[in-house]
Design a protein around this ligand. Structure first.
Ligand SMILES: [Zn+2]
Length: 59
Protein backbone atom coordinates (compact mmCIF):
# COMPACT_ATOMS: atom_id res chain seq x y z
CA UNK A 1 0.00 0.00 0.00
CA UNK A 2 2.99 2.30 0.23
CA UNK A 3 3.27 4.87 -2.48
CA UNK A 4 6.57 6.42 -3.35
CA UNK A 5 6.34 10.12 -2.91
CA UNK A 6 8.64 12.74 -4.23
CA UNK A 7 9.54 15.61 -1.97
CA UNK A 8 8.90 18.95 -3.53
CA UNK A 9 10.42 22.20 -2.42
CA UNK A 10 7.02 23.59 -1.51
CA UNK A 11 6.29 20.64 0.73
CA UNK A 12 9.77 20.20 2.02
CA UNK A 13 10.46 20.95 5.64
CA UNK A 14 13.99 21.84 4.85
CA UNK A 15 16.82 20.32 6.81
CA UNK A 16 19.65 22.76 6.35
CA UNK A 17 23.21 21.59 6.15
CA UNK A 18 25.40 24.61 6.71
CA UNK A 19 28.58 24.94 4.71
CA UNK A 20 31.71 26.52 6.06
CA UNK A 21 31.18 30.16 6.94
CA UNK A 22 32.10 32.76 4.36
CA UNK A 23 32.27 36.12 6.07
CA UNK A 24 29.23 36.85 8.19
CA UNK A 25 27.00 34.44 6.32
CA UNK A 26 26.95 30.79 5.50
CA UNK A 27 25.28 28.88 2.71
CA UNK A 28 22.88 26.21 3.80
CA UNK A 29 21.89 23.36 1.55
CA UNK A 30 18.74 21.40 2.25
CA UNK A 31 19.51 17.77 2.86
CA UNK A 32 16.16 16.75 1.44
CA UNK A 33 15.41 18.94 -1.58
CA UNK A 34 18.78 20.47 -2.39
CA UNK A 35 17.54 24.00 -2.01
CA UNK A 36 20.06 26.57 -0.87
CA UNK A 37 19.73 29.57 1.35
CA UNK A 38 21.94 32.09 3.05
CA UNK A 39 22.26 31.94 6.81
CA UNK A 40 23.82 34.29 9.21
CA UNK A 41 26.93 32.99 10.79
CA UNK A 42 25.36 32.02 14.05
CA UNK A 43 27.58 31.11 16.91
CA UNK A 44 24.95 28.85 18.41
CA UNK A 45 25.36 25.81 16.19
CA UNK A 46 22.55 24.00 17.92
CA UNK A 47 20.00 25.73 15.70
CA UNK A 48 21.70 24.36 12.59
CA UNK A 49 20.70 20.84 13.43
CA UNK A 50 17.07 21.79 13.78
CA UNK A 51 14.47 22.28 11.13
CA UNK A 52 14.61 25.96 10.40
CA UNK A 53 13.04 28.11 7.76
CA UNK A 54 14.40 31.58 7.25
CA UNK A 55 12.13 33.11 4.68
CA UNK A 56 13.01 36.64 5.62
CA UNK A 57 16.62 37.46 6.36
CA UNK A 58 17.44 41.08 6.93
CA UNK A 59 20.63 42.67 8.01
ZN1 LIG B 1 14.18 21.34 1.53
Amino acid sequence: MEAKREITISNCICYWIIEEPSGSKSIGTCKKCGNTKEFFNYTDTSVWSSEYNYDTITE
